[in-house]
Design a protein. Structure first.
Length: 498
């Protein structure tokens, strides 16, 4: 631990608050990212299924999910914009010197946000206002714009991991920038597809987990079965793919960023026949305490042979590698991600086996308990993936080209801590409001379903917006009927129940 204290003492005073603020806002934003990237595709799969089968329940679910998508997008734009500003405010050295090289990624992400906002607005407005197939076709670009946003941010991050596409002049500034090489770096492909599939897995399990909780509470109608089956199937199909992609990207890190790989696996000295440690703690003298040691496995996983030579942390000077504490953090994050991924593969196989043998959803309450937990676990895995990526790259903000200490702002540390406290308060309010809105929507939808089943209430007697189909003109309000509360006519009532 004394090594960590020494590093903090040698670092600029602004480092800790700047890192803490960036870590908090990134960790908060990434909770929303899976829904932003993958929910449009999952919603359109359900929407297409509903149109093809004439399934009113599927269309009802798709419409409600589109409302959740819009609320999530609004919150995500706020938290994403904060992150964009923080790059310039907290790390001016990074943006000032390297912005011309990798800044195109942020430009692509901004355009993607703009296009996605327009398309979500059209998708929401189109219910009951556009012909069914026209509405569906206009929504088809939505998943592509979500993937485009991921493309931009992953291009920037992969460049920070494996910087390419520039030369350095005598002063150390980048010149002769090649944008294509800067975008398509050696780590871009592995990072991008690993991230995209992770978003599909996470969004699928998160959405399915909501309906798994409903199943455990006795709500086992078609609405909940379909709401569970579609997103869970998407996640289950993607889970083994993600496991293989994770193995592939770890091997790419082994080749392209050997020191980061050494931190992820807490390898101290370069050697062959390296053991694999599950968890455990690396000490400044290179010793490892705790954890489970599996002989030779690290070399086998890295190069398919126990004779594979694995680079250790001591292969570079101490000021060019993560310290023992940072390596332990990256190692634990990596191991937690792998453990969660392995358990999700087991859950996906359980689901596939039941479906293959019986052509129905599992009936075991334990399966649905695991499915409900899977949503939270997959979010934790995503957080751990980013921790591994960022902490394992230390002390570099641009790998082997610029240290974090060189990029940090000169703003007083007390000001940064004050800003951190304000951001925490604002984010608690934002995410609290987000949760309150979702719970309010859930309550309103549940009351609407009960009214429709009973055939009573203003909705049932005047318009019943979902009992037939969400497409077509709204029925007129009967003469003398009062407008529904909370709106000025049947249009607002219909919009109140997406």
């Amino acid at each position: 631990m004394h090594t960590t204290l020494q590093v903090l003492a040698d670092a600029p005073a602004q480092m800790l608050p700047a890192r803490s603020l960036m870590a908090f806002t990134l960790a908060s934003h990434i909770i929303l990212v899976p829904l932003g990237v993958a929910l449009p595709l999952i919603t359109l799969i359900l929407h297409g299924y509903g149109l093809r089968r004439g399934d009113r329940t599927a269309l009802l679910l798709a419409r409600r999910w589109s409302a959740v998508m819009a609320v999530q997008f609004a919150i995500g734009v706020v938290t994403g914009t904060v992150l964009s500003f923080e790059f310039g405010l907290l790390w001016p050295g990074l943006m000032g010197r390297w912005g011309d090289v990798f800044g195109i990624g942020f430009g692509v992400e901004a355009w993607a946000f703009f296009l996605e906002a327009v398309l979500i607005a059209i998708y929401l407005y189109g219910w009951r206002r556009l012909p069914a197939r026209t509405h569906f076709v206009l929504a088809l670009p939505l998943p592509a714009t979500a993937l485009l946003g991921a493309f931009g941010i992953l291009a920037a991050n992969s460049w920070m991991n494996t910087p390419r596409g520039f030369s350095l002049d005598s002063a150390g500034n980048p010149v002769d920038v090649n944008i294509w090489k800067a975008i398509f770096t050696p780590m871009f492909g592995p990072q991008y597809w690993h991230f995209v599939v992770a978003m599909l897995v996470t969004a699928g399990y998160v959405v399915a987990g909501v309906y798994a909780m409903g199943w455990l509470r006795g709500r086992r109608d078609r609405y909940h079965r379909l709401g569970f089956a579609i997103p869970f199937t998407v996640a289950a199909v993607c889970t083994p793919v993600q496991f293989m992609l994770g193995d592939s990207i770890a091997r790419q890190v082994f080749h392209k960023q050997p020191v980061k790989f050494a931190a992820m696996e807490i390898v101290w000295k370069t050697d062959t026949h390296m053991p694999e440690y599950l968890f455990g703690r690396l000490h400044p003298d290179g010793s490892i305490s705790g954890g489970i040691k599996i002989p030779q496995l690290d070399s086998i996983l890295a190069g398919f042979s126990p004779d594979t030579r694995v680079t250790g942390l001591t292969s570079v000077p101490a000021d060019q590698r993560p310290n023992a504490t940072q390596a332990t953090i990256a190692h634990w994050a990596f191991d937690i991600m792998v453990v969660i991924g392995s358990l999700l593969v087991v859950l996906a196989l359980w689901y596939a086996l039941i479906w293959w043998r019986r052509r129905r959803l599992p009936a075991s309450p334990w399966f649905y308990r695991c499915a409900a937990v899977a949503g939270v676990a997959s979010v934790v895995a995503v957080e751990c993936g980013w921790i591994t990526t960022e902490v394992g790259r230390q002390p570099w903000i641009v790998y082997e080209n610029m240290r974090v200490a060189e990029a940090v702002t000169s703003t007083r540390s007390s000001t940064l801590w004050t800003m951190f406290g304000l951001v925490v308060v604002v984010y608690v309010f934002i995410f609290g409001s987000f949760l309150a809105i979702l719970l309010r929507m859930r309550t309103r939808w549940r009351l609407a379903d009960e009214e429709d089943k009973a055939g009573t209430g203003a909705r049932a007697t005047t318009e019943a917006p979902e009992t037939d189909t969400p497409y077509g003109p709204r029925p007129p309000v009967p003469s003398g009927a009062a407008p529904p509360s909370g709106g000025d006519g049947p249009s607002s009532s219909a919009e109140g129940r997406p």
